[in-house]
Structures are given as C-alpha cells and as structure tokens.
Design a protein around this ligand. Structure first.
Ligand code: ATP
Ligand code: MG
Length: 417
C-alpha cells in the first residue's frame, strides 16, 4: 500500500465540513471590507520566491520544494501567497486601480519538520492591500482579521501582537546596534543563529531555542530606534486600534519570518497550540513591489494557517458530514429501471438524496436507510414501479404513504419543511 507523504495529509469528509465553513466565512467577512478573491497558481518560477521572500529567509534557504521542469527551468511549489499576489498585481496592471484589495486561499508547501500545527503541505487564507500608506489601512486590516476569527468562533484566547520593524531610514543603525550586542553573546547562540548573524541578525530575536530566547530578552529593540516617520505611523496605528477598542499587545521581539516586511508587523497568537502559537501573521511590505521591479507601492497583508484554525475549532466542536434528506431503497429490476429518473427529479427540487446503488433485500436496504440518517426513505419495489408510485416512510414516526412518482419532488419538499 502506498501511503501519503510525511507532513502531508488528507482532509477527510468530516473535517471538510469545517474547512468549508471556515472558507465561506472568510469570503463573507473579507467581502464586507471590499476584498475580492484572487487565485494564483500553485507553482511559480523559483526566482519569484527567491527575490520576494528573500534569499536569506529560512523558506528559500531550506524549505522550498523546487525542481527543474522538462526544459530545465527552476520551478517551485509556492511556500507562501504574497509573492504571487505581487507578481499578479504588477503583471496585470492593477497599479491603475488603487486601492487593490484581494484575498486568497489554498495550499502552501514548505519542507519543515512536521508536528502538530506544522505540516509540509498546509493551507493559508490571506489578504493583501495595495496603495494606502497610512496606519488606517493597518488598523482596518487587523480589525478585519479579528472580526473574522471572532466570527468563526475563535474570539476567546487570541492575542493580537504588534511591533514595528522600522524602515530603510532607521533599521540599518538599529541593525548595527543589535549585531554588536549579539556579537558579545555569540558563544551562547545556537549554531543556526551564529551562522545567520551577519546575514540576518533580526531573525535571531525570533529564534525558538531557549538560549537564544534568553539573549533576545535583553537585546535592544527596534521599537526604541524608530525614525520619526515610523514612530508616527506606529503611534497612529495604536490610536486607531484604541479607537475601535481592539485590544493588542506590543511585542518588541516579534520580527516575522519573511524578509520583506517593514514598519508594522503583527501576529495573532493562541496559548492552545504549543510551539505553533501563531494562527495569523502579517505586516507591511512597502518596498516589495519596487524591489520586484514595479513602482513604489505601499502594501500590507496577512495570512492565516487554516490547519491551526481548524485544530482550535476542532477542540470546540467536532463535525460529521451531513446526512442526506432522503434515502431511496430500490428493490428489483423493474424498480431499478425507474429509480434513477425518479431520483433525478427529486434532486431537481434541491433535495439531497442518496440512492442505494448496491442492491440487496428489502430488510437489508431498510437498515441502510436507517443508518444513513435520512429523514425520509423512498421505497420503490417492482410493484411500485409498475404502478409508477413509491412508498414514502417518515423515519422518525414510521408513518408510510404511497405517492405517485410524478408528485414525489413536491411532496418531499413540503414534508421535509
Ligand atoms: P511559524 O512561526 O509558525 O513558522 P511563519 O512565521 O513561518 O510561522 P508565515 O509564513 O507568516 O508563518 O505564515 C502565516 C501563517 O501560516 C502562520 O501564522 C501559521 O498559522 C501558518 N503556517 C506557517 N507555516 C505553517 C506550516 N508549516 N504548517 C501549518 N501552518 C503554517
Ligand atoms: Mg515558519
């Protein structure tokens, strides 16, 4: 037997019910804010991610699924959604239609160590907003994320965490300060952090290793080294959040895993998923479009991990796939000759119906009907088929009535009400 790949899983029908509602609510809530769905491809040129996500990011360094296509071009499965959204924005000329507001949902791929809430194929729902520069956009996006999470039943136990990552005017000086602090503690850093000290010292603040965490506690904070523009952006954001009475916590150690962020960074965290504590994460990336060859374009976005949302919800309520409204028992060759046409006319009235496709005696089929959870069983035997009628049994009361096949859709519809 061939088994599924490590870190990759099936979403079984019972779970899919919950996935569908998580996705439907996203469409609905993001729609209230004027966001429209964008569907980008699952594979792109590797170069797109190398440039957008950053050559020194963990994702590009060691987590991408990359392969040559048959002509030798390097292709990668998308590890995140923003790079493709930026590409699509530029390629389709949406610079002329600002603000541009889109959301996406779908699978992402990262070669990580699988554990609870961390997989190699996982799913994100994300939003991106291009155009607005001021903190109004940041605050509205956070409100939207929190409204969505509240709407799907996760209001309790979530924390909105914020930080500012500065900008090209103030980050280099801070980075130097941080590097010299980290140099003084170099021996105590983990191997990975020692090696990324020169390339990406900010990421060390985010390292999950206990030793690095302790060092991060006393590190200088970007927040205390912001330039005036970044400071007033951050202050404006806090004021707008206060104005909406949206609670938040400032976390000066939050830096985010992708290289492209500037100014606002945020995460929505839970205490209930162990190390995988972020259900949503995002921030501003005002220079990314220009870095990718477009014109300067302020932008902000965030993405949520659907598996983590579903894990949190699953602990609250398990679901089973819905039962059909009607089950059809088909006993005999004459009955089989009319059953599917009758079933089609019933589904034509928008009624979910399951036909017994496996034959068997009447008793056996009635057992299946009971097990299906259907409210009504329609029974067609050869005798009924000859008369162009069916027996309709209301499963709860056991009450049974003969109804002509022609009247079935209407009668079932009113009986099911
Ligand atoms: P983490 O710190 O948990 O690795 P990240 O910083 O890599 O997260 P992003 O790249 O910003 O996360 O992705 C946004 C969200 O996608 C995360 O907050 C998380 O909910 C989810 N996510 C990221 N990686 C995975 C994964 N391998 N499996 C499941 N969900 C994931
Ligand atoms: Mg990660």
């Amino acid at each position: 037997m061939i088994r599924v790949i490590r870190g990759v899983r099936d979403i079984l029908p019972g779970e899919a019910v919950q996935w569908q509602s998580v996705e439907a609510e996203a469409r609905r809530i993001f729609g209230l804010y004027g966001f429209h769905e964008l569907r980008t491809p699952i594979m792109e040129r590797t170069e797109l991610f190398a440039r957008a996500v950053g050559e020194t990011s963990d994702i590009v360094e060691k987590e991408m699924y990359s392969f040559p296509d048959r002509k030798g071009a390097s292709i990668s499965l998308r590890p995140e959604g923003t790079a493709s959204v930026v590409r699509s924005f530029m390629e389709n000329g949406f610079e002329r239609q600002l603000p541009w507001k889109v959301f996406y949902m779908g699978p992402m791929f990262r070669y990580e160590r699988p554990q609870k809430g961390r997989y190699r194929q996982f799913h994100q729902i994300g939003c991106e907003l291009f155009g607005p520069q001021g903190p109004l956009a940041d605050a509205e996006m956070m409100a939207m994320a929190m409204r969505y999470l509240g709407q799907i039943g996760l209001a309790e136990g979530l924390t909105l965490e914020l930080n500012s990552l500065g900008c090209p005017a103030c980050r280099p000086a801070y980075r130097e300060k941080l590097t010299s602090y980290l140099e003084s503690k170099k021996e105590a850093l983990c191997g990975h952090c020692q090696s990324r000290m020169d390339r990406n010292p900010l990421r060390i603040l985010d390292c999950k290793t206990p030793g690095c965490r302790e060092i991060a506690q006393s590190a200088p904070h970007m927040k205390e080294h912001l330039c005036d523009d970044c400071q007033s952006h951050f202050d404006g954001l806090l004021a707008h959040l206060d104005g909406m009475q949206l609670p938040y916590q400032i976390n000066p150690l939050m830096v985010r895993g992708l290289d492209y962020y500037n100014r606002t960074a945020f995460e929505i965290t839970t205490g209930d998923l162990g190390a995988q504590n972020a259900v949503a994460a995002g921030g501003r990336y005002d220079r990314l479009v220009a870095d990718m060859g477009g014109r300067a374009m302020p932008a902000i976005g965030f993405a949520m991990g659907v598996e983590r949302l579903v894990l949190l919800l699953g602990e609250q309520n398990q679901t089973t796939p819905p039962a059909p409204s009607v089950y059809m028992v088909v006993a005999g060759p004459e009955a089989e000759a009319v059953a599917l046409a009758a079933a089609e006319s019933i589904r034509g009235a928008d009624i979910t119906l399951e036909v017994n496709l496996q034959g068997g005696g009447m008793r056996n089929q009635m057992k299946k009907a009971a097990r299906s959870g259907a409210a009504i069983t329609v029974i067609i035997g050869d005798h009924e088929a000859a008369q162009k009628v069916a027996q309709c049994k209301v499963m709860e009361s056991g009450e049974q009535q003969e109804i002509s096949l022609a009247d079935l859709p209407e009668r079932l519809k009113s009986d099911l009400k």
